[in-house]
Design a protein around this ligand. Structure first.
Ligand code: CA
Length: 227
């Protein structure tokens, strides 16, 4: 899951990113409305977390502009303003949820997951492929109903492959979904995570596996598929 965090308080933004990173969300931080606009134009985010007090534009005005442009990505507003009036304004403008500062990280994570689980959201509760089940809420992978141990990156790769089970996932999509902007993606790192994931699945008795289509991407399918 790739999230955009629009927040001008750098240390606060970094701490949110750290907390969400532990929950295997890839987070890009921007510190003003202009940069947020540019980021949204170039990346398909799963959710946007928007601070209302931005240096160059009011957050609600930015949100109104996005909704006017037809942007449907779920937006969660962060605000220090606690007046009910502001909340009502925000709802009318097209925010999907609110969180008042200060808040607990667990609360933010729960709200984001709730947005992603909505119809049309990026999270289904449990996805299955063969005897593999991926619980996107508990962040747990099971093979034949037995939980397996799996790294965050491998889980990120598996999630994208399971969302497109039986279809090819271009390598760039995996890169885009599992890394944030400023993290360096070495040319073979997706290959590395895919190769570890492949081993992990076979060691745990999965009856699906990851196939490489050279120069095209990756495909999760039944064990006996070609490739
Ligand atoms: Ca602010």
């Amino acid at each position: 899951m790739r999230l955009l965090l629009v927040e001008d308080h750098t240390r606060f933004a970094e701490s949110i990113k750290y907390g969400l990173g532990n929950e295997s969300f890839a987070v890009d931080i921007v510190d003003c409305a202009g940069a947020a606009d540019a980021a949204v134009a170039s990346v398909q985010y799963d959710t946007i977390i928007l601070d209302l007090g931005l240096p160059d534009m009011d957050g609600l005005a930015l949100l109104r502009k996005w909704r006017d442009q037809g942007m449907i990505v779920p937006v969660l507003i962060l605000t220090a303003r606690d007046g009910l009036e502001d909340r009502v304004d925000g709802l009318n403008t097209g925010a999907d949820d609110y969180l008042l500062k200060p808040f607990e990280m667990a609360e933010l994570v729960a709200r984001i997951r709730a947005l992603l689980r909505r119809p049309g959201g990026a999270l289904g509760k449990v996805m299955t492929a063969g005897n593999v089940a991926f619980d996107t809420t508990a962040r747990e992978v099971r093979v034949d109903d037995e939980p397996i141990s799996i790294s965050r990156r491998e889980m990120g790769v598996l999630e994208q492959l399971m969302r497109r089970y039986g279809r090819v996932v271009p390598k760039t999509v995996l890169e885009d979904k599992i890394y944030g902007f400023e993290e360096e993606v070495s040319s073979n790192s997706v290959e590395v995570h895919v190769s570890r994931l492949r081993k992990r699945l076979s060691q745990n008795g999965a009856n699906v596996s990851v196939h490489t289509l050279r120069g095209v991407g990756y495909l999760l399918s039944q064990e006996n598929a070609n490739g």
